[in-house]
Design a protein around this ligand. Structure first.
Ligand code: DUC
Ligand code: ZN
Ligand code: ZN
Ligand code: ZN
Length: 474
């Protein structure tokens, strides 16, 4: 027959359009968009459903070494399975450079962990922890040309932070190579100072995590990162923005011509610092950096999603178990908030939360949802138009959403390897019930039918080899 698969009668949405049509899929790609398509081995009836590009979550952590012997709960297998069930067809995890070692070494190990184990496609960011001359001068340019075209730098964490000098060097090599730099903006010296003050006062519960990383810590670092990018004259991504003051820095930098992409995450829409106050150390389940703020900040982040301060909505899935193997409370947390690993799970719940709270509640329309869920991620990180849209020639990565499916989020129903969801008990309307990866049906009406290993590594293109050179058009 003419097609391998037809998706019939659905409401298709891209970042710019909504229309009724059938999709014809052959050899893993979308080859026809039209009416009354016939002739396929398999036909999916999508009437009454939304047919959207598969989600791209460009900010997830899996199988990443996390210091102090702490192990991330998700492998590539469980992490990509969970992402798949949440309507995603591509994730972008981070490969962490070990200090004093080549990044290639970490990449070799990371590829070995991913190989054959992924349910969806993956592409990697590189975390620069040691901006040595060899890394900046030779390794990063070679890696950028080789499909690793985004670098994350940290302004916080004693063992990860780069000096402003090293951030400038990294931005400069990104300018030369067309790579994209993502920055974690929090002022480490200020955090250290506040930790000292809290520990002397005996304040060591999870809530102190938020108190030692107040808005000013993030706002100052955001301003500094944007200024450094302005000085180098290179585009930049500010990741996991939590509040309106950091958003103002982004808007002001944009107004002076800085090319900046802003990212926010579900935790900044759904959680507040009060969640860190839970009984019995339960607050440890909500420890992430930057920390969740307050209701006003949640509203500001929604404004940012509506108005375009944010182009990316990512999970920052960073799964650590709450209980240890014996089922006790996280022993690392019992002495001080300082030992609670920073990060919370959420790769499966990212899009249902944005769909339910955003689209169903009328805050954003379907094209904006698609942009925030998929298209902008592909454009920002060099995977577009192979990924992130529904178009002739694009990979047949598709999530079919049932807008009438109501669920209450329960961790027992999710597929990650953490032991809780920070969104437990939240009711959502709309769920991606069928997910197609490269023309292969992976989840069919809520049931896993695809196989581990269906997902593949996808190299990213640096800006220089895309249509527009040194810009970051979305
Ligand atoms: N930064 C992240 O991007 N994820 C989790 C923790 C952190 O600090
Ligand atoms: Zn970060
Ligand atoms: Zn305090
Ligand atoms: Zn992260």
């Amino acid at each position: 027959s003419e097609f391998d698969l037809i998706v019939r009668g659905g409401t298709i949405a891209t970042a710019s359009d909504v229309f009724l049509a059938d999709l014809g899929i052959l050899d893993g790609r979308i080859v026809q968009i039209g009416e009354n398509l016939t002739g396929a081995g398999r036909i999916i009836d999508a009437s009454g459903k939304y047919v959207l590009p598969g989600g791209i979550d460009s900010h997830v952590h899996v199988a990443q070494p996390s210091g102090e012997g702490i192990v991330m709960a998700d492998s590539f297998e469980s992490g990509t399975l969970s992402a798949l069930f949440g309507g995603n067809t591509t994730v972008m995890p981070f490969c962490l450079q070990e200090k004093g070692r080549p990044l290639r070494e970490a990449l070799t190990a990371y590829h070995a962990l991913a190989q054959g184990n992924c349910y969806i496609d993956v592409s990697f960011h590189l975390i620069v922890s040691d901006a040595s001359d060899a890394l900046i001068g030779q390794e990063l340019p070679a890696l950028a040309a080789d499909g690793y075209a985004s670098f994350k730098v940290f302004m916080t964490y004693e063992d990860l932070r780069l000096s402003d000098a090293d951030i400038l060097k990294t931005l400069d090599v990104a300018r030369e190579t067309g790579a994209t730099v993502m920055v974690h903006c929090e002022n480490e010296d200020a955090i250290r100072f506040l930790i000292g003050r809290h520990e002397r006062a005996g304040e060591v519960s999870p809530r102190a995590h938020a108190s030692t990383r107040p808005v000013a810590v993030e706002r100052e670092a955001t301003h500094r990162a944007l200024s450094l990018a302005e000085i180098v004259d290179v585009p930049i991504v500010i990741v996991h923005v939590s509040n309106g003051e950091a958003m103002e820095e982004i808007a002001r930098a944009r107004a002076r011509g800085v090319k900046v992409i802003g990212e926010t995450c579900p935790q900044y829409l759904m959680l507040t610092a009060d969640d860190l106050d839970g009984m019995d150390w339960e607050g440890a389940k909500f420890v992430c950096s930057p920390p969740p703020r307050d209701k006003a900040a949640q509203e500001e982040c929604w404004r940012g999603i509506e108005t375009g301060v944010f182009d990316l909505f990512s999970s920052d899935h960073c799964p650590f178990r709450y209980a240890d193997e014996q089922g006790k409370r996280n022993p690392r947390g019992l002495k001080s908030f300082r030992h609670i690993p920073n990060g919370i799970p959420g790769v499966e719940t990212r899009l249902p939360i944005l769909f339910s709270e955003g689209v169903m509640k009328g805050r954003i329309d379907l094209p904006r949802f698609v942009a925030l869920a998929a298209t902008n991620h592909a454009k920002t990180y060099g995977l577009y138009p192979q990924k992130g849209t529904i178009a002739i020639g694009s990979d047949a990565d598709i999530a079919i959403w049932d807008p009438s499916e109501s669920r209450t989020i329960r961790h027992v129903d999710l597929h990650d390897a953490a032991d809780y969801s920070p969104y437990e008990g939240i009711a959502v309307t709309g769920w991606p019930t069928t997910v197609i990866l490269g023309g292969r049906i992976m989840v069919d009406e809520g049931k896993l039918v695809g196989e581990k290993g269906a997902g593949a590594y996808r190299p990213a293109k640096p800006r220089q080899s895309r249509h527009n050179t040194n810009t970051m058009e979305i």
